[in-house]
Design a protein around this ligand. Structure first.
Ligand code: FDM
Ligand code: MG
Length: 212
């Protein structure tokens, strides 16, 4: 693997509302870790490149309509179809920086009124992240940043509900970073958190499964 010592890579997930800065911070973090010589890749869910991802993409751009439970299960299937590749990469020593994961899956669907436990069920057995960083921003502040596209869900009222469901999902292992700080400050927090996480995985932290 990457370091020739059997060390596995870390599964690091960034979560947060739209416009919280996840995508920019993921890319910055990947370049930083690359610079330190770690094998690392940037991932994003939904992965729109697969056939399931295509269905999700056309739903998000309002080109198709799907029942709430149906789209929920497609988002989940989109993670399941990447699970074995994810595990392979991690065991081969590559660290994955993932922009959204099951927490988005649950928070966005629950915001439509679906039962939280029902939403979590299809996620059970996916790989559990070694680190979840929540980029915390009030929905109003995120909306002020502008740049909401025309996609489904990119509306303040809906983001307020998503925010509440993210709060229900928070657990003590999450690292919360104030997304209202400057880009550089957020980046610095992320660097420290990621470096600690990568070391703990190199030092034998086991891969585990989500919500089991
Ligand atoms: N989203 C994302 C979900 O509703 N469920 C999921 O499982 C995931 C991964 O899809 F509004 C929502 C969140 C967002 C939309 O995400 C597209 P990106 O990050 O903007 O591509
Ligand atoms: Mg978006």
């Amino acid at each position: 693997n990457g370091h020739g010592n059997g060390a596995r890579g870390a599964l690091i997930v960034l979560e947060g509302l739209d416009r919280s800065g996840k995508s920019s911070q993921c890319l910055r973090l990947v370049s930083y870790l690359k610079g330190l010589g770690f094998p690392v890749e940037s991932w994003h869910f939904p992965d729109r490149t697969t056939s399931v991802g295509n269905m999700i993409s056309s739903y998000l751009s309002n080109e198709s309509n799907l029942d709430d439970r149906t789209i929920h299960l497609l988002f989940s299937a989109n993670r399941w179809e990447k699970r074995s590749l994810m595990e392979h990469k991690l065991r081969a020593g590559t660290t994955l920086i993932v922009d959204r994961y099951s927490y988005s899956g649950v928070a966005f669907s629950a915001a439509k009124g679906l039962d939280l436990e029902w939403c979590k069920a299809p996620e059970l057995g996916l790989l559990a992240p070694d680190l979840v960083v929540y980029l915390d921003i009030p929905p109003e502040k995120a909306a002020e940043r502008g740049g909401y596209g025309g996609e489904r869900y990119e509306q303040l009222e809906f983001q307020r509900k998503v925010d509440q469901h993210y709060r229900t999902l928070h657990d003590p292992t999450w690292k919360v970073v104030d997304a209202c700080l400057s880009m550089e400050d957020v980046e610095e927090h992320l660097r420290q958190l990621a470096k600690d996480c990568v070391s703990s995985c190199q030092n034998g932290k086991q891969l585990s499964q989500l919500w089991l």
